[in-house]
Design a protein around this ligand. Structure first.
Ligand code: ATP
Ligand code: MG
Length: 297
């Protein structure tokens, strides 16, 4: 491609579980891209970054080979790919992200009894993650025969292709629908932002620093709330103790009422209804909890 050399290239999933969250994250970082219709490659309008839309399975290799500088991919796919390649030195995990959460789990037909991993010795295990599965069984010292399938792993036992499966689970509803139950978790995963291990050229490195700083701001803000309330002066100490993860609140006088103050604070944790009830009990009133969009400390 005849792209200027100094634009970062980021691979993201074209369509699937990570696509919307990946694009939303870029948007939250102020990087604008037009909606990806049928295009393989898109240029961000307002940032030196190009997006390559691909299948998630291809992302680790694109980054490790240096075709893309960056990628957003599930750690499950990343680890599988690194094991297959036999090295983890071609990429760096820059940030783990708060979406794409799932676990790779061993699941059995509901009626099959299970007391421990040794019950699975010698069985056929269907999975799309042969490397991760093989490693787990080897580490546990249990022999198993791996049957690699690229999809629809959950129907393998019914088809007689395998005895048990090792597949991704998030809510568990797919397992339930197929009369399977998860018995062991072998890998926990979320999406991650990865980078090719070779240093970026100075121009790209500068752009990437900006991306990381914004990303950290977005991630930090996600669990943070801004709380405002009115508090009787007499109860201020008690009320301050109830605020989750806040350091020095701002205390302001209230016009025309000397017995109360307004308190504003950033809370490092989510503010739940229970906290609000407790604040109310302690005499607070006019309690407002606001989301924080971005944060830079
Ligand atoms: P592609 O067409 O890009 O290859 P895919 O079907 O392989 O898509 P998806 O099902 O979209 O992939 O899942 C992408 C990633 O989302 C998974 O690798 C995993 O990291 C994460 N994920 C989160 N929850 C789940 C889940 N319940 N099942 C599967 N993947 C999940
Ligand atoms: Mg895939």
């Amino acid at each position: 491609a005849n792209l200027p050399k100094d634009r970062l290239r980021l691979a993201i999933q074209k369509s699937g579980r990570l696509s919307t969250d990946s694009l939303d994250l870029l948007k939250a970082c102020g990087i604008k891209v037009k909606s990806p219709k049928e295009k393989l490659l898109l240029h961000a309008d307002n940032f030196p970054l190009d997006l390559l839309f691909v299948r998630d399975d291809d992302i680790p290799q694109l980054v490790m080979d240096g075709v893309c500088d960056l990628g957003i991919v599930g750690q499950n796919v990343l680890e599988e790919s690194a094991l297959e390649r036999g090295t983890t030195s071609a990429y760096v995990v820059e940030r783990t992200l708060d979406f794409g959460g799932c676990r790779l789990a061993i699941a059995l037909p509901e009626e099959r009894p299970y007391t421990g991993l040794k019950d699975l010795a010698g069985l056929r295990i269907a999975t799309s993650y042969p490397q991760l599965t093989k490693r787990y069984f080897a580490q546990q010292g249990v022999p198993a025969e791996i049957v690699t399938l690229s999809g629809s792993v959950e129907i393998a036992p019914r088809l007689g292709l395998a005895d048990v499966i090792c597949d991704l689970v998030s809510s568990g509803s797919t397992l339930e629908a197929n009369k399977l139950r998860a018995v062991e978790t072998i890998f926990k995963s979320t999406a991650a932002l990865i980078r090719n291990a070779r240093p970026l050229n100075p121009e790209k490195a500068h752009a990437f620093d900006i991306v990381l700083r914004r990303l950290d701001g977005v991630q930090k803000a996600a669990g943070t709330k801004y709380i405002m309330l009115h508090a009787p002066r007499a109860n201020l100490t008690e009320i301050r103790k109830l605020l989750p993860g806040s350091e020095n609140p701002t205390i302001l006088p209230l016009a025309g009422d000397d017995s109360k103050v307004a308190l504003h604070a950033v809370c490092a944790e989510d503010v739940f209804w229970e906290t609000m009830d407790a604040l109310k009990q302690a005499g607070a009133s006019s309690i407002l909890v606001l989301p924080i969009e971005k944060m830079m400390l």
